[in-house]
Design a protein around this ligand. Structure first.
Ligand SMILES: [Mg+2]
Ligand SMILES: [Zn+2]
Length: 194
């Protein structure tokens, strides 16, 4: 513990929809439609206790489509923070891409500008960090910066494992949901060779 202050921080980079909350093919357009999974508070509590920064990296093209405002996004994220707080969980940062695919911005996953900004802002050591998400673009984003990647099967139309294993890059781990991901990370931390 004595050298901890000289170490860069470690982070869990989290996709939002389909990872922390139920996704919708029709976009998530209101605070009511933002439904947090039951296991999310416990999972983020574990990750917070393990000393990770919890940082959300999310594509929200619904903003540019005029379906939601950033004020509604702020209210969704306030709901998330108060839902996880009793479990001792903290969200340290939220990085949003509001653009459309055709805007060709640098921050829409699988592009990495938001992830790179988070790494700079929090002085994150990517080699000690994970990217968790429910889609191929999350795995691409995390792998591009050398984070370990974990695929969760809680998205809509989650592909069969056989298909996921053919992706390049393919996820380092595939688990049922965020809570299983947190338990896996905890287990790996305990069994790490010195
Ligand atoms: Mg997702
Ligand atoms: Zn963008």
């Amino acid at each position: 513990m004595s050298n901890q202050s000289t170490e860069n921080a470690k982070a869990i980079f989290l996709d939002r929809d389909g990872t922390l909350n139920a996704d919708s093919a029709d976009y998530i357009k209101s605070v009511d439609e933002f439904r947090i999974f039951d296991f999310t508070p416990e999972a983020l509590g574990i990750l917070t206790r393990l000393g990770f920064r919890n940082i959300i990296i999310t594509n929200q093209s619904a903003v540019s489509r005029g379906m939601i405002t950033t004020e509604i996004l702020d209210r969704m994220h306030a709901k998330l923070k108060s839902a996880i707080q009793p479990a001792g969980a903290v969200i340290d940062g939220i990085y949003i891409c509001p653009h459309l695919p055709e805007d060709n911005c640098d921050c829409r996953k699988p592009r990495t500008a938001n992830l790179e900004k988070a790494v700079r802002d929090f002085q994150i050591d990517v080699n000690r960090s994970y990217f968790i998400g429910d889609s191929f673009k999350d795995i691409q984003t995390g792998a591009a910066l050398n984070c370990r990647t974990i695929f969760v099967c809680t998205g809509i139309d989650s592909p069969p494992i056989k298909v996921i294993n053919q992706w390049r890059p393919r996820p380092d781990y595939i688990v049922e949901n965020l809570l299983e991901a947190a338990k896996l990370i905890e287990y790996m931390g305990k069994n790490r060779k010195p």
